[in-house]
Design a protein. Structure first.
Length: 214
């Protein structure tokens, strides 16, 4: 199951970023004194701190979303690109997680092709106008994506785009013909649930700064 192996980190980032998107009415989790001190810095300052932890010339422009999360004991920042577009013979970092509390950074590369050799420093994804046009073509070919939150990996080939989608319950792959947008060679498989229970109170939830008490 190479799709699952290569996208475990993507799925984790996706889950951390969106699994509570529909729970905006819930209160923030009870936070420790140390976590509260970090949260009081404000979202912009926390994102800046996380970007400094990553290092290099990376900025918010390398990602389409940035979310601050906490389980009450730790603060975590999820930087994400939902649509992961890879031109032929490329490799990028698309998603990065930064644990502010433990000062730990998590990232995983995605390559086209899968066995693309790593001969130099892996760059972070940068959305150019040409890439945006290709992503828009793929989105139009797929159809209605309103409310769609899963990550989509798009690998360019000579005559088609190779598409992969992995959610918590399903793995899908198919091809989209260049020029016509025709979808073919589709494959879908249901995934088994995670073979262990995650204690709800320890899960990371998005921090809603507007709900923080003064």
């Amino acid at each position: 199951m190479k799709i699952i192996t290569s996208l475990i980190f993507i799925l984790f980032m996706q889950t951390a970023s969106v699994c509570y998107a529909q729970q905006t009415e819930e209160k923030n989790p009870k936070m420790s004194k140390e976590v509260l001190e970090v949260i009081k810095m404000g979202k912009d300052a926390i994102l800046t701190l996380a970007l400094k932890s990553i290092g290099g010339t990376i900025s918010l422009e390398n990602f389409t979303s940035a979310t601050v999360l906490s389980n009450g004991e730790e603060v975590y920042v999820s930087f994400r690109n939902q649509y992961k577009y890879l031109p032929m013979n490329t490799i990028y970092y698309f998603d990065v997680g930064v644990n502010i509390t433990t000062q730990t950074t998590y990232k995983n590369s995605v390559a086209n092709p899968y066995n693309y050799p790593i001969e130099r420093t892996i760059p972070y994804f940068n959305l150019t106008e040409d890439i945006k046009k290709d992503i828009d073509f793929v989105k139009q070919a797929i159809g209605n994506l309103e409310g769609f939150e899963e990550d989509i990996v798009i690998r360019e080939n000579e005559d088609f785009y190779d598409i992969e989608v992995v959610s918590e319950s399903q793995e899908s792959s198919y091809k989209i013909k260049k020029g016509t947008g025709k979808i073919y060679d589709d494959f879908h498989a249901h995934l088994e649930p995670i073979p262990f229970d995650v204690d709800y109170i320890y899960e990371f939830k998005e921090v809603y700064f507007s709900e923080m008490e003064d």
